[in-house]
Design a protein around this ligand. Structure first.
Ligand code: NAD
Length: 441
């Protein structure tokens, strides 16, 4: 589809309604830049689809709070709205939200719930989640399925265990699937919810940084195939996302850093002010300072919600969220699922994408250095594993979902901080040079 649009067609995104409308066209190249003064996504989201938004807010008794870091409150959740017409939903963010049964229970349809989690998360948060689903509501019964833990289990065989449990428990169309865990559980449970009886109610309770700032928002669900990551899946939006920031207290440091790769991404592709905030506050994030984390999650979710509201099915703009992912997916697939964490692979991939941008002359050297520095500060890798070869990159990237008409489209930085393009119009020589510079031939 993308090929039917002129390569010259390019959009510059601003907050005007007309340009937001234009964003639904499918250009070959998207120029995306938000000036710092316009980077307040929640207020911009509010302009769109007022009726749908009011409907969701009416269904939700939660108050939208002023969410600046200093004012984050442990009691009142911050709410970010994903504005998708009649499929809009709230993201609740805050400390202690698993102790707030009202938040979850208002999104349960019917009386049966299936919690999908894994062997690592279940001992930590399953009981609490069951209490949140049932306290004061004896009519609800909860089943759970505990899957093996790890990216290497994000496959068809594990997915079948969810369907086995649902069918054995005779769950009907009025049931709700709840994903409790990181991005692997969220993606698998979401895909199971999308396909079980052709679609049942779905709630996300993300418990990693990666899932809280990215994977639980926007409705991408799916599993891996041995030949490619996330190759099988569906777009399926949840009823709500509940982010209890207290769950991060049990997360290993390496997993925490992995999630920060996606936080950094939002700053680079569309939110210069947020990137500058991260440069100042990375030590607080690494120290898990709650107010700083709540702010980073909120700002990330706002950025993602705004992109998803404009381009739910990834006709163009949404692809920009994949900065570094084409290279990163090649690392995950080539090196073996689960060897490198998703965010680690994305971090190395981001450096490679930035290197291509520099070779094309699209960004200053100073930006290259800032990217390197912030990733190092976040304790993330800045180059791929040594075993990766040019050939491995090329053959895996050839089946990337962003290939159109045989041409690999990439997300590249172009212009000042906070600007990027999604394009197939670049000099292939620059990509070849980057691959040679970062891997064995
Ligand atoms: P993950 O789900 O494997 O979680 C990382 C590890 O942390 C796992 O061992 C998990 O059991 C454990 N864990 C989870 N919560 C914990 C907690 N609170 N305390 C202690 N341990 C905890 O990995 P991830 O980084 O969360 O997610 C990566 C996955 O997300 C990848 O499969 C990636 O493709 C996917 N993803 C999807 C999207 C999307 O839009 N759907 C976006 C980004 C990433």
């Amino acid at each position: 589809m993308a090929s039917s649009i002129s390569p010259k067609q390019a959009l510059s995104f601003t907050s005007s309604a007309q340009q937001r409308h234009q964003s639904r066209a499918i250009p070959r190249e998207f120029h995306v830049r938000f000036p710092a003064s316009a980077s307040l996504p929640s207020s911009r989201c509010a302009v769109k689809s007022k009726a749908a938004r009011l409907k969701v807010l009416a269904a939700s008794a939660a108050k939208v709070m002023d969410q600046s870091p200093s004012k984050a409150s442990p009691q009142a959740p911050t709410v970010v709205e994903v504005d998708l017409g009649n499929r809009s939903y709230p993201i609740y963010i805050g400390s202690g939200l698993l102790d707030r049964p009202d938040l979850l229970q208002r999104h349960i349809h019917g009386k049966r719930v299936l919690v999908v989690t894994n062997t690592r998360v279940a001992p930590l948060y399953l009981d609490k989640t069951i209490s949140a689903l049932t306290d004061g509501n004896p009519n609800v019964t909860v089943e759970s399925v505990i899957l093996p833990d790890g990216e290497q289990f994000k496959n068809m065989e594990t997915l079948m265990k969810v369907f086995d449990k649902a069918i054995e428990s005779r769950l009907d169309r009025r049931c709700t699937f709840v994903a409790l865990g990181g991005g692997v559980i969220g993606d698998m449970c979401g895909y199971a919810a999308a396909s079980y009886l052709r679609g049942v109610n779905f709630i996300q309770i993300p418990t990693t940084v990666m899932a809280q700032v990215d994977s639980s928002v926007g409705g991408k669900t799916g599993i891996n195939h041995p030949l490619g990551k996330n190759m099988i899946g569906a777009f399926y939006q949840p009823q709500c996302v509940l982010i209890d920031t207290d769950t991060l207290n049990t997360l290993p440091d390496r997993e925490l850093a992995s999630g920060l790769a996606e936080v950094i991404k939002y700053g680079l592709i569309r939110d210069a002010e947020f990137f500058e905030w991260q440069e100042q506050n990375m030590p607080l994030l690494l120290a898990r300072e709650p107010a700083a984390f709540t702010y980073a999650i909120k700002r990330s979710c706002e950025n993602k919600a705004e992109v998803v509201s404009q381009d739910e099915k990834e006709s163009g703009l949404r692809a920009t969220l994949n900065l570094g992912h084409t290279f990163g997916h090649a690392v995950e697939t080539g090196f073996g699922y689960g060897q490198w964490l998703h965010g680690e692979a994305v971090a190395a991939g981001t450096v490679m994408a930035v290197d291509v941008s520099r070779r094309l002359g699209w960004i200053d050297d100073s930006l290259v250095q800032r990217v390197q520095k912030i990733l190092q500060q976040a304790k993330l890798p800045t180059s791929p594993p040594e075993t990766m070869t040019v050939e491995m990159f090329k053959s895996i990237m050839a089946v990337d979902k962003k290939v159109a008409d045989g041409k690999l489209r990439l997300i590249l930085l172009k212009g000042p901080l906070g600007s990027c393009v999604f394009t197939g119009d670049y000099d292939q020589k620059a990509l070849d040079e980057t691959l040679r510079a970062f891997s064995k031939s």
